[in-house]
Design a protein around this ligand. Sequence first.
Ligand SMILES: Cc1ncc(COP(=O)(O)O)c(C=O)c1O
Length: 413
Amino acid sequence: MFHVKHLINYYTLFDKWHKIKRETNWRCEMIYLDNAATTFPKPEKVYKAIDKCLREYGANPGRAGHKLALEAGRSIYRTRELVCKLFNIENPMQVVFTSNATDSLNLALKGILKSGDHVITTSMEHNSVIRPIIALEAIGVENTIVQCNEQGILDPSKIKAAIKSNTKLIAMTHGSNVSGTIMPIEEIGKIAKQSGVYLLVDGAQTAGIYEIDVQKMNIDLLALPGHKGLMGPQGTGILYIREGLELAHMKEGGTGSRSEILQQPDIIPDRYESGTVNTPGIVGLGAGLEFIFETGIDKIRKHEEELTSIFLEELKKLKKIKIYGPQDAKKQAAVISINIGEEDSSEISYILDSVFDIGVRSGLHCAPLAHKTLGSFEQGTIRFSIGFFNTKEDIYKAIEALKSIYKELNMVE
Ligand SMILES: Cc1ncc(COP(=O)(O)O)c(C=O)c1O
Protein backbone atom coordinates (compact mmCIF):
# COMPACT_ATOMS: atom_id res chain seq x y z
CA MET A 1 0.00 0.00 0.00
CA PHE A 2 1.44 3.38 -0.98
CA HIS A 3 1.38 6.14 1.62
CA VAL A 4 0.16 9.44 0.15
CA LYS A 5 2.83 11.35 2.06
CA HIS A 6 5.52 9.25 0.49
CA LEU A 7 4.04 9.33 -2.99
CA ILE A 8 4.32 13.12 -3.00
CA ASN A 9 7.97 12.85 -1.95
CA TYR A 10 8.63 10.08 -4.42
CA TYR A 11 7.12 12.00 -7.34
CA THR A 12 9.53 14.83 -6.64
CA LEU A 13 12.33 12.31 -6.41
CA PHE A 14 11.31 10.54 -9.62
CA ASP A 15 11.50 13.88 -11.47
CA LYS A 16 14.91 14.53 -10.04
CA TRP A 17 16.26 11.04 -10.71
CA HIS A 18 14.83 10.89 -14.23
CA LYS A 19 16.41 14.26 -14.98
CA ILE A 20 19.79 12.89 -13.87
CA LYS A 21 19.19 9.81 -16.03
CA ARG A 22 18.43 11.96 -19.10
CA GLU A 23 21.42 14.21 -18.51
CA THR A 24 23.83 11.31 -18.07
CA ASN A 25 22.39 9.24 -20.93
CA TRP A 26 21.71 6.43 -18.47
CA ARG A 27 21.27 3.16 -20.34
CA CYS A 28 18.52 0.94 -19.06
CA GLU A 29 20.26 -2.31 -18.27
CA MET A 30 18.11 -4.18 -15.87
CA ILE A 31 19.91 -5.69 -12.90
CA TYR A 32 18.02 -8.85 -12.07
CA LEU A 33 18.15 -9.68 -8.37
CA ASP A 34 15.09 -11.91 -8.17
CA ASN A 35 16.77 -15.26 -8.71
CA ALA A 36 15.00 -16.87 -5.74
CA ALA A 37 11.77 -16.63 -7.76
CA THR A 38 13.34 -18.00 -10.93
CA THR A 39 16.87 -17.72 -12.24
CA PHE A 40 17.40 -15.33 -15.14
CA PRO A 41 19.04 -15.35 -17.58
CA LYS A 42 19.60 -19.03 -18.32
CA PRO A 43 22.86 -20.45 -19.68
CA GLU A 44 23.09 -20.08 -23.46
CA LYS A 45 23.06 -23.84 -23.95
CA VAL A 46 19.61 -24.05 -22.31
CA TYR A 47 18.11 -21.79 -24.98
CA LYS A 48 19.86 -23.76 -27.72
CA ALA A 49 18.77 -27.17 -26.39
CA ILE A 50 15.11 -26.11 -26.17
CA ASP A 51 15.20 -24.61 -29.64
CA LYS A 52 16.79 -27.76 -31.08
CA CYS A 53 14.26 -30.01 -29.36
CA LEU A 54 11.30 -28.02 -30.64
CA ARG A 55 12.64 -27.83 -34.18
CA GLU A 56 14.31 -31.20 -34.65
CA TYR A 57 12.72 -33.90 -32.51
CA GLY A 58 9.71 -32.45 -30.70
CA ALA A 59 7.65 -35.65 -30.86
CA ASN A 60 5.73 -37.21 -27.96
CA PRO A 61 8.13 -39.32 -25.86
CA GLY A 62 7.28 -42.81 -24.61
CA ARG A 63 4.27 -43.18 -26.87
CA ALA A 64 5.02 -44.08 -30.51
CA GLY A 65 8.01 -46.16 -31.61
CA HIS A 66 9.24 -43.96 -34.44
CA LYS A 67 12.65 -42.32 -34.48
CA LEU A 68 11.56 -38.89 -33.30
CA ALA A 69 9.53 -40.23 -30.38
CA LEU A 70 12.49 -42.41 -29.39
CA GLU A 71 14.87 -39.44 -29.57
CA ALA A 72 12.51 -37.38 -27.37
CA GLY A 73 12.31 -40.29 -24.89
CA ARG A 74 16.09 -40.66 -24.82
CA SER A 75 16.61 -36.96 -24.14
CA ILE A 76 14.23 -37.15 -21.17
CA TYR A 77 16.01 -40.21 -19.81
CA ARG A 78 19.30 -38.34 -20.16
CA THR A 79 17.95 -35.55 -17.93
CA ARG A 80 16.85 -38.17 -15.37
CA GLU A 81 20.41 -39.50 -15.35
CA LEU A 82 21.87 -36.03 -14.82
CA VAL A 83 19.47 -35.46 -11.91
CA CYS A 84 20.72 -38.75 -10.40
CA LYS A 85 24.35 -37.69 -10.82
CA LEU A 86 23.80 -34.35 -9.07
CA PHE A 87 21.86 -35.71 -6.09
CA ASN A 88 23.49 -39.16 -5.77
CA ILE A 89 20.30 -41.01 -6.69
CA GLU A 90 20.87 -44.63 -7.71
CA ASN A 91 17.96 -45.32 -10.03
CA PRO A 92 16.85 -42.81 -12.73
CA MET A 93 13.34 -44.31 -12.59
CA GLN A 94 12.94 -42.80 -9.09
CA VAL A 95 13.07 -39.31 -10.63
CA VAL A 96 9.60 -37.97 -11.40
CA PHE A 97 9.15 -34.88 -13.57
CA THR A 98 6.54 -32.38 -12.43
CA SER A 99 5.70 -28.82 -13.40
CA ASN A 100 7.35 -26.97 -10.47
CA ALA A 101 8.40 -27.42 -6.83
CA THR A 102 4.83 -26.84 -5.64
CA ASP A 103 3.59 -29.72 -7.77
CA SER A 104 6.34 -31.97 -6.37
CA LEU A 105 5.58 -30.96 -2.77
CA ASN A 106 1.85 -31.61 -3.23
CA LEU A 107 2.50 -35.04 -4.70
CA ALA A 108 4.89 -35.91 -1.88
CA LEU A 109 2.76 -34.61 1.01
CA LYS A 110 -0.66 -35.73 -0.23
CA GLY A 111 0.78 -38.95 -1.61
CA ILE A 112 2.31 -40.11 1.64
CA LEU A 113 0.15 -38.71 4.46
CA LYS A 114 -3.09 -40.47 5.44
CA SER A 115 -5.70 -39.87 8.10
CA GLY A 116 -4.23 -40.37 11.58
CA ASP A 117 -0.66 -39.54 10.49
CA HIS A 118 1.38 -36.73 12.03
CA VAL A 119 3.75 -34.47 10.09
CA ILE A 120 6.42 -32.13 11.46
CA THR A 121 7.48 -28.97 9.69
CA THR A 122 9.13 -25.65 10.58
CA SER A 123 8.12 -22.02 10.91
CA MET A 124 10.36 -21.08 7.94
CA GLU A 125 8.43 -22.85 5.23
CA HIS A 126 7.08 -21.59 1.95
CA ASN A 127 3.30 -21.81 1.46
CA SER A 128 3.94 -24.68 -0.95
CA VAL A 129 4.78 -26.78 2.12
CA ILE A 130 2.49 -25.14 4.68
CA ARG A 131 -0.70 -24.95 2.61
CA PRO A 132 -0.84 -28.65 1.61
CA ILE A 133 -0.11 -29.55 5.26
CA ILE A 134 -2.93 -27.33 6.50
CA ALA A 135 -5.26 -28.67 3.77
CA LEU A 136 -4.50 -32.22 4.98
CA GLU A 137 -5.98 -31.35 8.40
CA ALA A 138 -9.38 -31.81 6.72
CA ILE A 139 -8.72 -35.55 6.29
CA GLY A 140 -7.31 -35.95 9.82
CA VAL A 141 -3.59 -35.43 9.31
CA GLU A 142 -2.07 -33.77 12.41
CA ASN A 143 0.82 -31.34 12.20
CA THR A 144 3.43 -29.68 14.40
CA ILE A 145 5.14 -26.50 13.23
CA VAL A 146 8.48 -26.24 15.02
CA GLN A 147 9.48 -22.66 15.80
CA CYS A 148 12.85 -21.42 14.49
CA ASN A 149 14.71 -18.52 16.13
CA GLU A 150 14.57 -14.88 14.95
CA GLN A 151 17.29 -15.54 12.36
CA GLY A 152 15.32 -18.47 11.00
CA ILE A 153 17.76 -20.97 12.50
CA LEU A 154 16.38 -24.37 13.46
CA ASP A 155 17.40 -26.27 16.56
CA PRO A 156 17.31 -29.94 15.45
CA SER A 157 16.55 -31.11 19.00
CA LYS A 158 13.15 -29.41 18.68
CA ILE A 159 12.34 -31.62 15.70
CA LYS A 160 13.39 -34.68 17.69
CA ALA A 161 11.22 -33.61 20.61
CA ALA A 162 8.18 -33.20 18.34
CA ILE A 163 8.27 -36.82 17.10
CA LYS A 164 5.28 -38.88 18.31
CA SER A 165 4.21 -42.48 17.80
CA ASN A 166 2.12 -41.54 14.73
CA THR A 167 4.71 -39.22 13.13
CA LYS A 168 5.20 -40.33 9.56
CA LEU A 169 7.06 -37.45 7.97
CA ILE A 170 9.32 -34.47 8.55
CA ALA A 171 8.80 -31.98 5.72
CA MET A 172 11.06 -28.96 5.55
CA THR A 173 13.09 -26.61 3.45
CA HIS A 174 16.85 -26.77 2.95
CA GLY A 175 17.11 -22.99 2.62
CA SER A 176 14.68 -20.20 3.43
CA ASN A 177 13.37 -18.17 0.50
CA VAL A 178 13.06 -15.12 2.80
CA SER A 179 16.30 -14.99 4.78
CA GLY A 180 18.35 -17.63 2.98
CA THR A 181 18.92 -19.44 6.30
CA ILE A 182 20.42 -22.88 5.61
CA MET A 183 18.82 -25.71 7.57
CA PRO A 184 20.75 -28.63 9.16
CA ILE A 185 19.35 -31.27 6.81
CA GLU A 186 22.05 -33.84 7.47
CA GLU A 187 21.32 -33.77 11.20
CA ILE A 188 17.58 -33.92 10.60
CA GLY A 189 18.17 -36.87 8.25
CA LYS A 190 19.91 -38.74 11.08
CA ILE A 191 17.06 -37.99 13.48
CA ALA A 192 14.49 -39.13 10.88
CA LYS A 193 16.35 -42.37 10.22
CA GLN A 194 16.82 -43.19 13.92
CA SER A 195 13.12 -42.56 14.54
CA GLY A 196 11.77 -44.41 11.50
CA VAL A 197 10.24 -41.24 10.08
CA TYR A 198 10.42 -40.23 6.41
CA LEU A 199 12.16 -36.99 5.41
CA LEU A 200 10.85 -34.72 2.64
CA VAL A 201 13.19 -31.87 1.70
CA ASP A 202 12.18 -28.76 -0.25
CA GLY A 203 15.36 -27.92 -2.13
CA ALA A 204 13.89 -24.94 -4.00
CA GLN A 205 16.53 -22.46 -2.83
CA THR A 206 19.57 -24.71 -2.69
CA ALA A 207 19.51 -27.25 -5.53
CA GLY A 208 22.28 -26.59 -8.05
CA ILE A 209 24.18 -24.39 -5.58
CA TYR A 210 24.65 -26.50 -2.43
CA GLU A 211 25.50 -30.18 -2.21
CA ILE A 212 22.42 -32.35 -1.74
CA ASP A 213 23.18 -36.06 -1.42
CA VAL A 214 19.99 -38.03 -0.83
CA GLN A 215 21.90 -41.02 0.53
CA LYS A 216 24.29 -39.19 2.85
CA MET A 217 21.48 -36.94 4.10
CA ASN A 218 18.87 -39.74 4.40
CA ILE A 219 16.40 -37.89 2.22
CA ASP A 220 13.40 -40.02 1.24
CA LEU A 221 11.66 -37.42 -0.88
CA LEU A 222 13.32 -34.43 -2.56
CA ALA A 223 11.12 -31.75 -4.15
CA LEU A 224 12.78 -29.35 -6.58
CA PRO A 225 11.95 -26.65 -9.09
CA GLY A 226 13.77 -27.04 -12.41
CA HIS A 227 13.69 -23.31 -13.05
CA LYS A 228 15.78 -21.91 -10.18
CA GLY A 229 19.32 -23.06 -9.34
CA LEU A 230 19.06 -25.98 -11.78
CA MET A 231 18.89 -23.37 -14.57
CA GLY A 232 16.06 -24.99 -16.52
CA PRO A 233 12.99 -23.22 -17.88
CA GLN A 234 9.79 -22.50 -15.96
CA GLY A 235 7.25 -25.33 -16.02
CA THR A 236 9.79 -27.90 -14.84
CA GLY A 237 10.02 -29.60 -11.45
CA ILE A 238 11.37 -32.82 -9.96
CA LEU A 239 10.32 -35.19 -7.21
CA TYR A 240 12.80 -37.85 -6.15
CA ILE A 241 11.09 -40.76 -4.40
CA ARG A 242 13.24 -43.27 -2.49
CA GLU A 243 13.01 -46.77 -3.95
CA GLY A 244 10.31 -48.83 -2.26
CA LEU A 245 8.34 -45.81 -1.08
CA GLU A 246 4.91 -45.82 -2.66
CA LEU A 247 2.84 -42.64 -2.90
CA ALA A 248 -0.81 -42.22 -3.82
CA HIS A 249 -0.90 -40.72 -7.32
CA MET A 250 -2.58 -37.35 -7.78
CA LYS A 251 -3.83 -37.99 -11.30
CA GLU A 252 -4.65 -40.90 -13.56
CA GLY A 253 -4.33 -41.05 -17.31
CA GLY A 254 -2.24 -42.00 -20.29
CA THR A 255 1.32 -43.03 -19.56
CA GLY A 256 2.26 -44.84 -22.75
CA SER A 257 2.78 -48.00 -20.65
CA ARG A 258 0.39 -50.89 -19.78
CA SER A 259 -2.26 -49.40 -22.07
CA GLU A 260 -4.27 -52.63 -21.82
CA ILE A 261 -5.21 -52.08 -18.14
CA LEU A 262 -7.82 -49.63 -16.88
CA GLN A 263 -6.01 -48.83 -13.64
CA GLN A 264 -3.06 -46.52 -13.19
CA PRO A 265 0.09 -48.62 -13.74
CA ASP A 266 2.49 -49.26 -10.86
CA ILE A 267 5.56 -48.65 -13.00
CA ILE A 268 7.59 -45.68 -11.73
CA PRO A 269 7.91 -42.91 -12.88
CA ASP A 270 4.89 -43.50 -15.19
CA ARG A 271 2.61 -43.91 -12.18
CA TYR A 272 3.10 -40.23 -11.33
CA GLU A 273 3.65 -38.78 -14.82
CA SER A 274 0.30 -39.14 -16.59
CA GLY A 275 -0.12 -37.10 -19.75
CA THR A 276 2.43 -35.70 -22.14
CA VAL A 277 5.44 -34.40 -20.23
CA ASN A 278 7.10 -31.05 -20.84
CA THR A 279 9.70 -32.43 -23.24
CA PRO A 280 11.29 -29.11 -24.33
CA GLY A 281 11.36 -27.98 -20.70
CA ILE A 282 12.97 -31.21 -19.48
CA VAL A 283 15.52 -31.03 -22.30
CA GLY A 284 16.31 -27.44 -21.25
CA LEU A 285 16.63 -28.62 -17.66
CA GLY A 286 19.10 -31.26 -18.85
CA ALA A 287 21.17 -28.53 -20.49
CA GLY A 288 20.99 -26.52 -17.24
CA LEU A 289 22.33 -29.54 -15.34
CA GLU A 290 25.13 -29.94 -17.87
CA PHE A 291 26.03 -26.30 -17.32
CA ILE A 292 26.24 -26.94 -13.56
CA PHE A 293 28.57 -29.91 -14.08
CA GLU A 294 30.75 -28.01 -16.55
CA THR A 295 30.98 -24.97 -14.27
CA GLY A 296 31.25 -26.88 -11.00
CA ILE A 297 28.78 -26.55 -8.14
CA ASP A 298 31.56 -25.30 -5.83
CA LYS A 299 32.37 -22.47 -8.20
CA ILE A 300 28.68 -21.52 -8.40
CA ARG A 301 28.28 -21.51 -4.63
CA LYS A 302 31.55 -19.62 -4.02
CA HIS A 303 30.57 -16.91 -6.51
CA GLU A 304 27.13 -16.46 -4.93
CA GLU A 305 28.70 -16.57 -1.47
CA GLU A 306 31.22 -13.87 -2.37
CA LEU A 307 28.54 -11.54 -3.74
CA THR A 308 26.33 -12.20 -0.71
CA SER A 309 29.23 -11.40 1.59
CA ILE A 310 30.01 -8.10 -0.20
CA PHE A 311 26.36 -7.10 -0.17
CA LEU A 312 25.95 -7.89 3.52
CA GLU A 313 29.11 -6.00 4.49
CA GLU A 314 28.01 -2.90 2.56
CA LEU A 315 24.50 -3.08 3.98
CA LYS A 316 25.85 -3.29 7.53
CA LYS A 317 27.46 0.14 7.02
CA LEU A 318 23.98 1.68 6.60
CA LYS A 319 22.77 1.73 10.15
CA LYS A 320 19.10 2.33 9.42
CA ILE A 321 18.84 -0.69 7.18
CA LYS A 322 17.38 -3.71 8.92
CA ILE A 323 18.85 -6.98 7.71
CA TYR A 324 16.97 -10.18 8.47
CA GLY A 325 18.38 -13.66 8.91
CA PRO A 326 21.89 -14.90 9.80
CA GLN A 327 23.72 -11.97 8.08
CA ASP A 328 26.52 -14.38 7.29
CA ALA A 329 27.20 -15.66 3.76
CA LYS A 330 28.35 -19.00 5.17
CA LYS A 331 25.06 -19.58 6.95
CA GLN A 332 22.65 -18.42 4.28
CA ALA A 333 21.91 -18.90 0.61
CA ALA A 334 22.25 -15.84 -1.65
CA VAL A 335 18.92 -14.43 -0.46
CA ILE A 336 19.05 -11.18 1.49
CA SER A 337 15.96 -9.59 3.01
CA ILE A 338 16.08 -6.02 4.26
CA ASN A 339 13.99 -2.99 5.10
CA ILE A 340 14.92 0.68 5.13
CA GLY A 341 13.77 1.92 8.50
CA GLU A 342 10.00 1.66 8.65
CA GLU A 343 9.51 2.35 4.91
CA ASP A 344 7.05 0.23 3.01
CA SER A 345 8.94 -2.63 1.31
CA SER A 346 6.82 -2.46 -1.85
CA GLU A 347 7.41 1.28 -2.26
CA ILE A 348 11.18 0.82 -2.06
CA SER A 349 11.07 -2.11 -4.50
CA TYR A 350 9.00 0.01 -6.87
CA ILE A 351 11.61 2.76 -6.74
CA LEU A 352 14.44 0.27 -7.26
CA ASP A 353 12.72 -0.96 -10.41
CA SER A 354 11.36 2.25 -11.88
CA VAL A 355 14.25 4.57 -11.09
CA PHE A 356 17.30 2.32 -10.79
CA ASP A 357 16.31 -0.59 -13.09
CA ILE A 358 16.92 -3.10 -10.33
CA GLY A 359 14.45 -6.00 -10.12
CA VAL A 360 13.81 -7.33 -6.61
CA ARG A 361 10.77 -8.73 -4.83
CA SER A 362 8.88 -7.17 -1.93
CA GLY A 363 6.22 -8.31 0.53
CA LEU A 364 5.81 -11.70 2.15
CA HIS A 365 7.31 -13.95 -0.57
CA CYS A 366 4.64 -16.65 -0.02
CA ALA A 367 6.08 -17.39 3.42
CA PRO A 368 4.03 -15.60 6.12
CA LEU A 369 5.23 -17.84 8.95
CA ALA A 370 8.84 -17.12 8.06
CA HIS A 371 8.14 -13.38 8.37
CA LYS A 372 6.46 -13.91 11.73
CA THR A 373 9.59 -15.79 12.81
CA LEU A 374 11.94 -13.07 11.55
CA GLY A 375 9.78 -10.20 12.86
CA SER A 376 8.92 -8.75 9.42
CA PHE A 377 5.31 -9.85 9.02
CA GLU A 378 3.81 -6.35 9.08
CA GLN A 379 6.33 -4.66 6.84
CA GLY A 380 7.29 -7.53 4.54
CA THR A 381 10.84 -7.31 3.22
CA ILE A 382 12.72 -6.15 0.17
CA ARG A 383 14.34 -9.36 -1.05
CA PHE A 384 17.54 -9.30 -3.11
CA SER A 385 18.31 -12.75 -4.47
CA ILE A 386 21.61 -13.24 -6.25
CA GLY A 387 22.25 -15.69 -9.08
CA PHE A 388 25.34 -17.09 -10.76
CA PHE A 389 25.15 -14.52 -13.57
CA ASN A 390 25.20 -11.52 -11.24
CA THR A 391 28.45 -9.58 -10.94
CA LYS A 392 30.15 -7.51 -8.24
CA GLU A 393 29.18 -4.47 -10.28
CA ASP A 394 25.48 -5.40 -9.92
CA ILE A 395 25.92 -5.59 -6.17
CA TYR A 396 27.70 -2.22 -5.93
CA LYS A 397 25.00 -0.63 -8.12
CA ALA A 398 22.31 -2.01 -5.82
CA ILE A 399 24.18 -0.56 -2.84
CA GLU A 400 24.51 2.81 -4.57
CA ALA A 401 20.77 2.80 -5.31
CA LEU A 402 19.96 2.02 -1.70
CA LYS A 403 22.31 4.79 -0.54
CA SER A 404 20.56 7.24 -2.86
CA ILE A 405 17.13 6.31 -1.55
CA TYR A 406 18.49 6.34 1.98
CA LYS A 407 19.85 9.86 1.51
CA GLU A 408 16.65 11.18 -0.07
CA LEU A 409 14.70 9.85 2.87
CA ASN A 410 16.99 11.94 5.07
CA MET A 411 18.34 8.86 6.73
CA VAL A 412 21.75 10.31 7.35
CA GLU A 413 23.51 8.73 10.33
C1 LIG B 1 11.42 -22.53 -0.53
C2 LIG B 1 10.48 -22.64 -1.69
N1 LIG B 1 9.68 -23.70 -1.79
C3 LIG B 1 8.82 -23.85 -2.80
C4 LIG B 1 8.70 -22.90 -3.79
C5 LIG B 1 7.74 -23.09 -4.91
O1 LIG B 1 8.44 -23.25 -6.12
P1 LIG B 1 7.68 -23.26 -7.51
O2 LIG B 1 7.40 -21.85 -7.85
O3 LIG B 1 8.63 -23.92 -8.47
O4 LIG B 1 6.45 -24.05 -7.35
C6 LIG B 1 9.50 -21.76 -3.72
C7 LIG B 1 9.38 -20.69 -4.73
O5 LIG B 1 9.91 -19.63 -4.64
C8 LIG B 1 10.43 -21.63 -2.65
O6 LIG B 1 11.23 -20.57 -2.55
